[in-house]
Design a protein around this ligand. Structure first.
Ligand code: TNX
Length: 528
């Protein structure tokens, strides 16, 4: 009986080998891949083991995942194994791994937890794609960039814990490792701060379309749960506390720290020079730091000029500018940034700020710059020349609120829009700028602003498939990136999205996935 089963397996292996070969599909595409004309058929009673604590955990996770697969039905007595080996002495780079599939054994190896985790994600994709019939191959893989991020704005619209967890799962499978969480802005404050309860009882009321919408926010318990969920998937969560601008929700709740503002931008800024403001910020940061173990805190720093009108007329602010030789309101803005960066540094963390902070005169050792103004390439160059580390999230092509297809109507455009291909090809068009500064470029990020994204369907549609392209652009070595090959593989990932019930734009059949309705008439924008 055993003999017959083995023969059956052998014949099956050869039949399938022909179809499986040269069809390995992995996202993102790996650094090295060699394959043989042989096949490994996964069976349900295969031995899966690790060589210690974390490797054992991954082995158990894989066992659990396999239980849910209906296609593993060939039952043979097993000598073959899947082995997870974490060896901190081996000479893999931090996130690198090796995945070796032989006819008798699958070996996953790395010198770090991150690497071993990614080896498992790669294997899992191959199992799903080939329904357990794996090409014998050897993958040696490591990333191009250390920062592979996704930003979600939950101030303008709130999506909640389950959606965030679903995205963290997808990010992990794409080897994205940073979740930048934009939780504060003019529309709403979305995180419980025990010392300042009005931040949530008042500050979290409303969304972009309805200022009276019921309060929506994350409790500290929720935050801890999500941070742990992300850490389990090798994802670092970076909170953003946007200041001194985009602070409307805070200042609405605590007018004593407001810097005024006018009309639509009322209460847009923190008061830039009251000691009370800095005490308030420091206290909030204490709670944020307790919740988020990441070494970084994003402090915003963008678009202050939108709502700093009262800085020009308030006699106390004007006196402060004169007495401290700050020259003008921009000098005052820079003073504010320097103080906050120092507060963050005094708490043992590194600040991240939008690219305006390049001009604030902060030491490059204390802050990391997020370059977003694609039309100001000199700001990127200046950041690099001054010695800052930089994360690239230029509006074009990395802002998810820009449309992705010519006939789409809801979302931004600015001398064009952000197609899947433009996301994939980045940063080749600006490589010339970064030459000589490569070590300062930490990586890149797809940023999803949600003014015009009021529900999950629109969020999914604007995120996918562009986030898959970003993941490959950030992970895969530039020499291995190839848009045609990516597009050939893409239908497989789209099928996985279908299985999870996630809506996306299908670039191969645009009319089969129509743009979800605009949340509001005014959302049908063409410019800006
Ligand atoms: C600019 S990016 C902003 C956001 C908006 C976004 C819309 C940045 C630092 N500020 O507040 O949501 O444009 O695309």
């Amino acid at each position: 009986m055993n003999y017959i089963k083995r023969l059956e397996l052998f014949i099956l292996q050869w039949c399938i080998a022909l179809t499986v070969l040269a069809q390995i599909t992995v996202f993102p595409w790996p650094a090295h891949l060699t394959e043989k004309k042989e096949i490994f058929i996964l069976t349900p009673n295969i031995n899966i083991k690790g060589n210690g604590e974390y490797a054992d955990k991954l082995a158990q996770d894989l066992c659990q995942d396999l239980k849910n697969l209906s296609f593993l039905n060939i039952k043979i007595p097993e000598k073959r194994s899947i082995e997870f080996r974490l060896n901190t002495q081996s000479d893999f780079e931090k996130e690198a791994y090796s995945l070796k599939i032989d006819t008798e054994k699958i070996l996953l190896e790395a010198s770090s937890k991150e690497g071993l985790f990614y080896a498992k994600e790669t294997l899992w994709q191959m199992i799903k794609q080939r329904k357990g019939k794996l090409a014998v191959c050897h993958i040696k893989d490591y990333p191009q960039y250390q920062w592979r991020g996704f930003m979600l704005d939950e101030s303008r619209h709130f999506f909640g814990k389950e959606k965030v967890k679903q995205y963290l799962d997808l990010m992990a499978s794409l080897k994205l490792n940073v979740f930048h969480w934009h939780l504060t802005d003019e529309t709403g404050w979305r995180i419980e701060i025990k010392r300042y309860p009005k931040l949530t009882t008042e500050g979290s009321i409303g969304n972009w379309h309805n200022p009276q919408a019921p309060a929506k926010y994350y409790t500290q318990k929720d935050i801890r749960e999500i941070v742990a969920y992300a850490a389990d998937r090798n994802i670092m969560v970076i909170p953003e506390f946007d200041m001194p601008g985009h602070a409307t929700a805070v200042c609405r709740a605590y007018p004593e720290v407001s810097g005024g503002g006018e009309g639509r931008w009322k209460h847009f800024t923190f008061h830039p020079c009251k000691e009370e403001t800095f005490r308030f910020i420091s206290n909030v940061l204490d709670e944020l730091i307790d919740l988020f173990p990441s070494p970084y805190i994003h402090i915003g720093g963008d678009e202050v000029h939108f709502g700093n009108q009262s800085w020009f007329t308030d006699p106390n602010i004007q006196r402060f500018i004169k007495e401290n030789n700050l020259i003008n309101e921009t000098g005052l803005e820079h003073y504010f940034i320097r103080r906050v960066v120092d507060i963050v540094a005094s708490k043992g963390k590194t600040a991240i700020g939008w690219d305006e902070i390049v001009d604030a005169g902060v030491s490059p050792s204390k802050v990391i710059v997020m370059w977003w103004r694609h039309d100001r390439k000199y700001q990127l160059l200046k950041a690099l020349e001054y010695g800052y580390r930089v994360i690239m999230t230029p509006r074009r092509p990395f802002y998810g609120d820009f449309i992705q297809y010519a006939s789409h109507k809801i979302g931004r455009q600015w001398s064009g829009y952000n197609t899947l291909e433009t996301v994939y090809d980045y940063p080749s068009s600006i490589n010339y700028l970064m030459r000589g500064y490569e070590k300062q470029v930490m990586g890149m990020q797809f940023s999803m602003w949600t003014e015009r994204i009021a529900n999950e369907k629109r969020l999914d549609f604007m995120t996918f498939p562009r986030l898959i392209a970003l993941a490959e652009a950030a992970w895969t070595l530039e020499t291995r990136k190839e848009c045609t090959s990516f597009l050939q593989r893409l239908p497989i990932f789209l099928q996985w999205l279908d299985e999870k019930g996630i809506y996306y734009f299908n670039p191969f059949q645009p009319s089969s996935t129509p743009e979800p309705d605009a949340p509001d008439k005014e959302d049908v924008l063409k410019n800006g």
